[in-house]
Design a protein around this ligand. Structure first.
Ligand code: 5GP
Length: 198
């Protein structure tokens, strides 16, 4: 995988990071309706679909063997073990390169390690941390989701704590206290002028 995208034909690449339950899916859903040519990278993952998740739309649910094959083929731009190794998720490379080459804005949603890997591979990427209004609010949302076991929730809280501690490492921080404002901040980063900080 060369990673070469012809100069002058690049779309803007935004890498969105944020704790689980910060509201990323609402933000991403609204972003997709407001930026019609946005390319949203659909990750491959080893985990099973949650209720309501659709294969090919929310993730490519490829299983352990399918994931091994993608890694062996060098087909992933980055991948990481998530939640202490409970699952692996990664970004299929070619669709991202194709969209950038076509000049489309690209949104990649990954964990911390993934953001660093994408930035290393494609330094023009703008990394964005989607932050909850407060830790208390995030904890309330994480516990309230009610779809997972206590052990899984504890693991998510642990991951979220580590993620919150890194919020200053990104090119921009967008606080998700107001959906419309958070989305409009991201629209500016994706299609707006300059390297503005939110
Ligand atoms: P969930 O299982 O709740 O959908 O996602 C858990 C974590 O995996 C989130 O932090 C999410 O950003 C991360 N994630 C999802 N897709 C990818 C990916 O392709 N690469 C990496 N590195 N992390 C991902």
């Amino acid at each position: 995988m060369s990673g070469e995208v012809p100069a002058g034909r690049r779309g803007r690449l935004v890498v969105l990071v944020g704790p689980s339950a910060v509201g990323k899916s609402s933000v991403v859903g609204k972003l997709r309706s407001e930026v019609p040519d946005l390319f949203f990278s659909v990750s491959a993952t080893t985990r099973d679909p949650r209720p309501g998740e659709v294969d090919g739309r929310d993730y490519h649910f490829v299983g352990e063997q399918g994931f091994d094959r993608l890694v062996a083929d060098g087909a992933l731009l980055e991948w990481a073990e998530i939640h202490g190794g409970l699952q692996r998720s990664g970004t299929p490379a070619q669709p991202v390169y194709d969209a950038l080459e076509a000049g489309r804005p690209v949104l990649v949603e990954v964990d911390l390690a993934g953001a660093a890997s994408v930035k290393a591979a494609l330094p023009e990427a703008v990394t964005v941390f989607l932050s909850p209004p407060s830790w208390e609010e995030l904890e309330r949302r994480l516990r309230g989701r009610g779809t997972e076991s206590a052990a899984k929730i504890e693991r998510r809280l642990e991951t979220a704590r580590a993620e919150m501690a890194t919020r200053d490492d990104y090119d921009a921080v967008v606080v998700n206290d107001d959906l419309d404002r958070a989305v409009s901040d991201l629209v500016s980063l994706l299609v707006g002028a300059g390297e503005q900080r939110a």
